[in-house]
Design a protein around this ligand. Structure first.
Ligand code: ADP
Length: 160
């Protein structure tokens, strides 16, 4: 069985993430979505909420599971879960130059390979940061995020 990990903060999950996870699930028997704590940025949603968004969105897709990434090395997480590849979506050349040193380091650490999937043109402008910014200024981001994220974003606005 071939397993891959799709890591990220998913704060919140958006349609660019959903598309990459779905495409990864066509290539691998199992895709583990690993939700990172987002240590460098103050997250809008807890790891549990972000995991629920992934769970709800992929509830009917075979082979997609979700786990917390924790604070350790991605290479160790992959080894512990029997995954031999990481799948990353690339929006542009900036993503490529950001990801490549980490991909090379992971290969040197444990032979872990990284597979890049080019982002679909419909989603190259999407980032969780932009989604949060537009939402916080009162903009409607619902067409860019799955239902599970739409609901939680609306609840946040309601609470604010
Ligand atoms: P961001 O805040 O940039 O959305 P994440 O850490 O949540 O970052 O993203 C996780 C992974 O999802 C990224 O490493 C990248 O592989 C992929 N990704 C992010 N945005 C997109 C997008 N718009 N299209 C395709 N893949 C994306």
């Amino acid at each position: 069985m071939q397993s891959a990990v799709c890591p990220g903060s998913f704060d919140p999950l958006h349609n660019g993430h959903v598309e990459i996870i779905a495409r990864a699930s066509n290539l691998f028997d199992e895709v583990i979505v690993a939700v990172s704590p987002n240590m460098h940025k103050r997250p809008m949603f807890s790891v549990e909420e972000r995991m629920e968004m992934v769970q709800e969105t992929f509830a009917y897709v075979r082979g997609v599971t979700v786990r917390p990434l924790g604070e350790g090395l991605l290479a160790e997480f992959c080894k512990a879960h029997g995954a031999n590849a990481v799948v990353k979506g690339l929006r542009d050349a900036k993503d490529l130059s950001y990801e490549t040193p980490m991909a090379t380091m992971n290969r040197h650490l444990s032979g872990l390979e990284t597979i890049y999937l080019p982002a679909d043109g419909r989603y190259t402008h999407l980032s969780s940061t932009l989604i949060k910014e537009v939402h916080s200024l009162g903009g409607d981001v619902s067409e860019h995020v799955p239902r599970a994220a739409q609901r939680r974003l609306a609840e946040r606005r309601h609470e604010a």
